[in-house]
Design a protein. Structure first.
Length: 271
């Protein structure tokens, strides 16, 4: 049975993700422009990223004023309740800017530093994924009701379909391309979707066998990591580490460890 607090957090995260997703899907201006850049001139933020984060933080603060926040677009408060919300209001901003459908809203709730609730809404898919720690991973979509998620049976690594992403700093993405070039002959193929949160949910849903990426922040993987683990996937960073800025890896149990070993051998991480 779900803890009443976790049930409350889940309901609030789902409502915030739904409202933000609707704003982003229906409110996208035809002349959408870049509001600012981050790590490089091609790492962009739009006015809609900022508006969606404000919507989410305002809604949550209205119901839980003592909670803390960590948001990609600047929300950063400590809070006093032991609950912190980790928010990516628009994961896949470049896709969104170009009108591509692979973008999402990612909201995770941490209790005393541990992720206990994760929600990822993918409005252009018409799907929302969610998990509560210890209660499995679930999704709603075109089908009726909620569907329990389960990762695929593990194939041999050479038959694994793996997704990744690339950084917007030239030197970093050049190194990432070198790593991907070494991996491709050893896998079925590599995909690059553009939203780490969706990639992690696709591992959970059995649409991918694995995922890895260097340079992800907590808001990029917070919700998706929990959803993948609750669907039976393994997740981590470098061997013995949790997902972090250096490296995030997820995969079915038979794919995770060999993929992680190859990434370590190829130096896919960074200090």
């Amino acid at each position: 049975m779900t803890d009443p607090l976790h049930a409350e957090l889940l309901q609030l995260a789902q409502e915030a993700a739904r409202r933000a997703g609707t704003l982003l899907r229906d409110g996208r201006p035809a002349d959408l422009a870049v509001a600012r850049t981050k790590s490089s001139p091609i790492d962009v933020v739009t006015e809609m990223d900022i508006a969606a984060e404000k919507l989410i933080t305002d809604l949550i603060s209205e119901h839980r004023p003592d909670d803390g926040f960590l948001g990609e677009e600047g929300a950063a408060t400590e809070g006093t309740s032991g609950i912190r919300w980790v928010i990516d209001p628009l994961d896949g901003t470049v896709n969104y800017l170009y009108g591509l459908p692979t973008w999402s809203v990612s909201i995770a709730a941490e209790q005393d530093g541990e992720t206990v609730v994760g929600v990822v809404a993918a409005p252009m898919r018409g799907e929302t994924y969610h998990a509560v720690r210890g209660a499995g991973a679930w999704a709603t979509g075109a089908w009726e009701g909620e569907r329990r998620l389960a990762c695929r049976p593990s194939p041999p690594l050479e038959h694994a379909l793996v997704s990744t992403g690339f950084n917007y700093v030239t030197e970093v993405r050049t190194h990432q391309a070198e790593v991907a070039g070494k991996l491709i002959p050893l896998l079925r193929d590599i995909r690059r979707g553009g939203s780490a949160a969706i990639d992690l949910c696709d591992v959970a849903a059995g649409r991918l066998d694995g995922f890895y990426e260097r340079g992800l922040n907590a808001w990029d993987y917070g919700a998706g990591d929990l959803i993948a683990r609750e669907a039976g996937a393994l997740t981590g960073g470098r061997p013995g580490e949790r997902p972090n800025l250096a490296l995030t890896v997820a995969g079915t149990p038979g794919v995770f460890e060999p993929l992680q070993r190859l990434l370590e051998d190829f130096g896919a991480w960074h200090d």
